[in-house]
Write a protein that binds this ligand. Structure first.
Ligand code: 5GP
Ligand code: ZN
Length: 115
């Protein structure tokens, strides 16, 4: 399990920065985005530090699958019934701000602030 001491999401995983957790297991953490774009807006992250989606290789297939599979489970648990949107921003041209791989999962009745 890799950890970057300068990474804000690694600090959230370590409990050094508080977050509103939505799900946790040995591989993944999900927490509510601090600036939500939608009524429900969670971030799903791997517990190991992977900077971007561009760094994912075939060795990460199971982990990436876990992230994808968690999204609908979590939306159901959070009462989202009308569908949801998943977004992964990658690198500077992808608008990524936090360099720890994360999947935005957004749902709830529209209108939304963004997207
Ligand atoms: P990105 O542009 O990298 O895809 O999105 C990063 C997201 O992380 C943003 O939506 C931002 O609001 C969220 N974020 C940044 N810092 C924190 C934090 O300390 N706590 C939480 N809960 N969300 C954060
Ligand atoms: Zn990290």
């Amino acid at each position: 399990m890799s950890h970057d001491p300068n990474c804000i999401f690694c600090k959230i995983i370590a409990g050094q920065i508080p977050s509103k957790k939505a799900y946790e297991d040995e591989h993944l953490l999900a927490f509510h985005d601090i600036h939500p774009w939608a009524p429900v807006h969670v971030l799903i992250i791997p517990k190991t530090h992977i900077a971007t989606h561009a760094e994912l290789g075939s060795e990460h297939a199971e982990l990436a699958g876990r992230m994808l599979v968690l999204a609908p489970q979590l939306m159901k648990e959070l009462g989202v019934t009308g569908g949801f949107r998943t977004v992964i921003n990658t690198g500077p041209d992808g608008g990524q701000e936090v360099y720890h791989l994360h999947m935005h999962v957004m749902g709830g009745p529209r209108p939304w602030a963004k997207g």
